[in-house]
Write a protein that binds this ligand. Structure first.
Ligand SMILES: Cc1cc2nc3c(=O)[nH]c(=O)nc-3n(C[C@H](O)[C@H](O)[C@H](O)COP(=O)(O)OP(=O)(O)OC[C@H]3O[C@@H](n4cnc5c(N)ncnc54)[C@H](O)[C@@H]3O)c2cc1C
Length: 521
């Protein structure tokens, strides 16, 4: 069933400005829910420059929902953890991750090349005829027009101007977002700005060049020349170095000029076995937009927030935005959710994003701040960190904060543990993981059998019921959360949890959910 199909030429339920990772994720999720979208992007193809290189298990889980987990596995590399080095490259501390251990069912830290991922995302989108990508198209205006949002764009191949009227517009148009400006939103600075050099190098596979380094992220903790080294593929490596005042990327345009920086990792591998793919300068910023919505226009991804990449979460935040908003818009369009649930997008995502940016700033600061005194403290403290189990777990744990209370996250004093957190994705008897069983709708995960009336109510609402077996991972998860059951939203966030299953089921009858009115059920 397709909701809100193209009614007349020039109209579409959802127009998406920007076909980066955020826009394509939103389009794919909406398409899976039967919503027609038109995606507009200024470039003819994927933006070819490498940027993001890391994503966590939560984002991998979303990629699996998009249908590209297997393909992503072929272009990514789970990483072993984090090694902290001093300015003489002595190891201060090492935190190992177990790639096989994750509540989401995927390795906790994965290295990849952003353009390769974007190629996968776009190829996958072609499977959905209700999503149409129009490239080589510059969006120039987003305005109100007779009860719709009018998106005006120019076809860059012939200069002709067109427009489309949409019920909803998603501004996934990156850091310099036009949509953000059009909704009267502005970036608020979180007081961080640093210039960094970003270096991408390939090694010659035919000649067997391998830098033979520890297979994790290397962080050089040095207030003067902070740096990061990562292996991102079979023959691909990334360095990021803080630039000193007066330096620019032009000073490091050749392998010869880069050698003083990268030699601790490249050793005696000759220049002929290394290929410099890109050297560029980025100004890393921490910013968050003051409003993420005006009427039916939303901003997502880099359009709404920017973070320094110290914990590799910028792109992930955009993918999370897309996952959070897409099912809500689909629900409002198909009449199963009240329109005011759309307020929950900013209420839930903004605090989450802010705390992830703060975490990135803290990680950056604790590894590289404090001058010589900071160096001394790090030399004393860091080697001991791994003996403190709670702290060690924090460094290697990829769990992100719970979402704040909203119309779709119900936290009461007695049952606040699970609400707003993600439900795990364990393998179930039969081999499938939980996500495969839950599909795209609401679900009740319970450790107690249901009464007939509750069963009937849930069936009427089309809610999938999963009874967790005694001793299973799911049952233990509920027990740890002091709950007998949890209502899980389509994005796998727990809406509410508690001991009283009948009361939980009753919540499905309350506004803003109108599941009973779903025409499909
Ligand atoms: C050096 C570096 C390292 C990074 N490392 C990581 C990392 O390890 N992990 C991580 O998660 N993130 C990382 N990031 C961040 C990540 O690259 C971005 O967060 C991500 O690309 C944002 O995706 P997006 O889709 O929101 O925006 P973008 O990727 O910027 O896409 C926006 C799209 O909108 C289009 N567009 C813009 N304006 C218009 C218009 N007017 N009309 C039509 N189209 C338009 C653009 O062409 C573009 O395709 C890193 C970034 C940098 C620079």
């Amino acid at each position: 069933m397709t909701y809100g199909a193209f009614r007349v030429a020039g109209q579409v339920p959802v127009a998406i400005v920007g076909a980066g990772p955020t826009g394509i994720t939103a389009a794919t999720l909406l398409a899976q829910l039967g919503v027609q979208t038109l995606i507009l992007d200024r470039w003819p193809d994927v933006y070819p420059q490498p940027r993001a290189v890391h994503l966590d298990d939560e984002i991998y889980r979303i990629l699996a929902r998009l249908g590209i987990a297997d393909e992503f596995a072929t272009i990514s590399r789970p990483t072993r953890g984090l090694r902290l080095l001093d300015n003489r490259f002595k190891v201060l501390a090492e935190f190992n991750r177990d790639p096989s251990c994750s509540v989401h069912g995927f390795p906790q830290a994965n290295m990849f090349d952003q353009p390769e991922l974007e190629v996968l995302l776009r190829a996958n989108l072609k499977r959905y005829p209700n999503a149409r990508l129009r490239s080589d198209t510059e969006v120039t205006a987003v305005t109100e027009h007779e009860g719709h949002v009018r998106v005006t764009f120019t076809d860059r191949s012939d200069g002709r101007v067109h427009h489309v009227d949409a019920d909803y517009v998603l501004g996934c148009d990156g850091a310099n977002s036009l949509v953000r400006a059009r909704i009267g939103s502005a970036m608020r600075d979180l007081n961080f700005e640093q210039r960094w050099l970003v270096v991408d190098v390939a090694t010659s596979q035919t000649r067997g060049a391998d830098l033979r380094q520890w297979e994790g992220v290397h962080q050089v903790c040095d207030p003067v020349r902070a740096g990061t080294y990562m292996r991102i593929g079979q023959a691909r490596y990334r360095w990021e170095f803080r630039l000193l005042p007066g330096e620019s990327a032009d000073d490091f345009g050749t392998l010869r000029a880069l050698r003083p920086l990268i030699a601790p990792w490249t050793g005696d591998v000759p220049d002929s076995d290394l290929k410099l793919l890109r050297v560029t300068e980025y100004t890393f910023r921490a910013q968050i937009a003051d409003r993420w919505r005006r009427d039916n226009v939303f901003i997502l991804g880099d359009a709404a927030h920017l973070t320094p990449p110290f914990i590799g979460q910028g792109m992930g935040a955009g993918v999370r935005d897309a996952m959070n908003l897409s099912w809500k818009i689909a629900g409002v369009l198909n009449g199963t959710l009240a329109a005011d649930v759309l307020d929950s997008y900013e209420q839930e995502r903004k605090p989450h994003t802010r705390s992830m940016i703060r975490l990135a700033l803290n990680v950056g600061q604790s590894m590289t701040g404090g001058g010589r005194l900071g160096n001394l403290a790090r030399r004393v403290v860091l080697p001991r960190l791994r003996w403190v189990p709670g702290l060690r777990d924090k460094v290697v744990d990829s769990t992100t904060p719970a979402l704040n209370r909203s119309a779709l996250v119900c936290k009461s004093r007695r049952s606040r543990r699970l609400a707003g957190t993600l439900c795990p994705n364990p393998p179930l008897p039969g081999g499938q993981r939980l996500d495969a069983l839950l599909g795209n709708g609401f679900a009740l995960v319970t450790s107690e059998p249901l009464g007939t009336a509750d069963h009937a109510l849930l069936r009427r609402h089309g809610v999938v019921v999963l009874v967790a077996e005694q001793g299973s991972e799911l049952e233990k998860w509920l027990r740890r959360g002091r709950a007998a059951g949890a209502i899980v939203r389509p994005d796998r966030t727990v809406m509410c949890a508690g001991r009283d299953i009948a009361a939980l089921c009753g919540r499905l009858d309350l506004a803003p959910l109108q599941l009973r009115d779903n025409p499909e059920r």
